[in-house]
Design a protein around this ligand. Structure first.
Ligand SMILES: *Cc1c(COP(=O)(O)O)cnc(C)c1O
Length: 503
């Protein structure tokens, strides 16, 4: 693919793409409209381009992007399933898309009804009493849930609980949220089967007696395995006076099959942008609603959608509420998409989705475990984690494998997470992929395993066929230079020239 010039390098002075009618009112002097001190000395250096130049430029850029509409995207823990276009259709209906956040209840009956019903569906799917739809992401749900747990303990005069237990395989947001909620975190070991090490849990509960606020768990966890001892774990934590928090960012394996509420969890968050198929990546928007058990309902953020004789309305939170965590309706159009997804699939459809997600993951796992090390060899749920340790012995890392996958028009798995697996490759195919696509991925992964044995140099400088080759990741993360500045060639000052984009 050819080098794409920047939009600033295209066009010519005076070229434009606006089609405005001739002015038929007297022109106002600029100084009358804007005081002189607020005006620029020189005009902004904006591109001067025709409409077709703009359209081609951004279309070209979009073609260089990779998304789930382009190809296979097995990014573990992120649940990059296909996002059905019907979700977009409902989210763009003017009654939803153009609603004013401060419009009266009588003018927004449909919107409140949708949120009211969505709350009921999520409560049913998770087995919880009530749900707040306000949190804008999984991590936001986590801190909201921890604030509720804190308010609950404090309401009982139980003020010395300042520790949150977190298994060593947990997503990084768990300890981050606990720290932000002003808790100390204590790491729990995993056992050989990938579940919580119950002996270690007992040890920690005894060591920190009276101090445990909560255990945050992911089940199925980030290894993609289900912790069968969950009922026993819940009992132990509750007996010690703690609460049980469920990181349900990845609920894709459990819908219609099991429910966190039935396992004994007190707080659950779901990532609607993952499990309920709303487009995500690049920072949002998302939605991380949380459900709580009955004893925690008084602490929920408010208002909550309600229904009475007069129709739908917003019910204010009670005196024990932790308060709002997000303005207005939350990320409303994400919620509309999730509602559409749930309604268009129905209860049987959601169960079928989870069964297919689990089947697809196990199909890949069985096919790949002869070429790659499988540290936890047991039936997986929505995802599984391989290790590239064997390839590493040949000088090829998980990163090299991930980069090589790009050459085949596929997105790589998540790598180096969870931290408890060396050279981790975390693979989540999702239910929306065809057998042909899964087989293609298997063929690619086998070819790469062969290359690692026979021609490792091919992997070390991959990718070879993408627009951008191997980047200096550290430099890109530490010194991101994403902002266009006037070009050196335009004769700008030296300090600008030094940091100018290298493209
Ligand atoms: C994605 C994810 C999160 C965080 O969700 P965000 O919406 O990115 O904040 C937390 N836990 C797990 C297991 C996840 O996969």
């Amino acid at each position: 693919m050819s080098v794409e010039k920047l939009i600033f390098e295209k066009g010519a002075p005076g070229r434009h793409s606006d089609v405005l009618p001739a002015m038929d009112v007297p022109e106002q002097p600029l100084d009358d409209l804007l005081p002189a001190e607020f005006q620029r000395a020189t005009p902004a250096a904006l591109p001067e381009v025709s409409e077709i130049e703009v359209v081609r430029h951004y279309t070209h850029l979009s073609q260089r992007n990779f998304g789930v509409d382009v190809g296979f995207y097995p990014l573990g823990s992120c649940t990059m399933k296909y996002n059905p276009k019907i979700n977009e259709e409902t989210a763009s209906m003017p009654g939803f898309a153009r609603i004013h956040p401060l419009a009266s209840e009588s003018m927004t009956q449909g919107a409140i009804q949708l949120l009211y019903e969505l709350e009921r569906y999520i409560a049913e799917i998770t087995g919880m009493q009530r749900v707040t739809l306000q949190p804008a992401a999984g991590a936001h749900g986590e801190i909201t849930g921890l604030m509720i747990i804190k308010a609950y303990h404090e309401s009982r005069g139980d003020i010395h609980r300042d520790i949150v237990l977190i298994p060593d395989g947990a997503h990084g947001t768990n300890p981050a949220s606990a720290t932000l909620a002003n808790y100390q975190t204590v790491e729990l070991k995993s056992d050989k089967r990938g579940g919580v090490d119950v002996a270690h849990l007992k040890e920690m509960l005894a060591k920190y007696e009276g101090k445990i606020a909560a255990l945050m768990m992911t089940n199925p966890n980030t290894l993609g395995v289900f912790d069968e001892r969950i009922v026993e774990i819940a009992q132990l934590v509750h007996d010690a006076g703690g609460q049980l928090y469920y990181d349900g960012a990845n609920a894709n394996a459990i819908m219609g099959i099991t429910r966190p509420g039935d396992m004994g969890f007190d707080v659950v968050h779901l990532n609607l942008h993952k499990t309920m198929s709303t487009p995500h990546g690049g920072g949002g928007p998302g939605a991380g609603p949380i459900g709580v058990a009955k004893h925690l309902v008084p602490f929920l953020p408010g208002p909550l959608p309600a229904h009475g004789r007069e129709g739908y309305y917003w019910q204010d939170a009670g005196p024990q509420s932790i308060g709002r965590v997000r303005a207005n309706f939350g990320n409303f159009l994400v919620l509309v998409r999730a509602y559409t997804y749930i309604r268009s699939n129905g209860p049987d459809g959601l169960r079928h989705i989870s069964e297919s997600a689990v089947l697809n993951a196990n199909y890949l796992m069985q096919a790949l475990k002869s070429d790659y090390l499988l540290p936890y060899d047991r039936t997986c749920m929505h995802e599984f984690v391989l290790s590239a340790d064997r390839q590493k012995a040949l000088g090829v890392s998980a990163l090299d494998i991930a980069k090589r996958i790009l050459d085949f028009g596929m997105y790589p798995p998540t790598i180096y997470f969870p931290l408890i697996v060396h050279e981790a490759l975390m693979i989540e195919p999702t239910e929306t992929e065809t057998l042909e696509t899964l087989d293609e991925f298997i063929a690619v992964m086998r070819q790469i395993a062969r290359e690692a044995r026979e021609e490792p140099s091919l992997l070390l400088d991959a990718p070879h066929v993408t627009v951008v080759g191997r980047l200096d990741q550290t430099l890109a993360a530490r010194k991101p230079d994403l902002c266009w500045r006037p070009d050196v060639r335009a004769g700008r000052p030296a300090e600008v020239a030094e940091t100018a984009n290298t493209r």
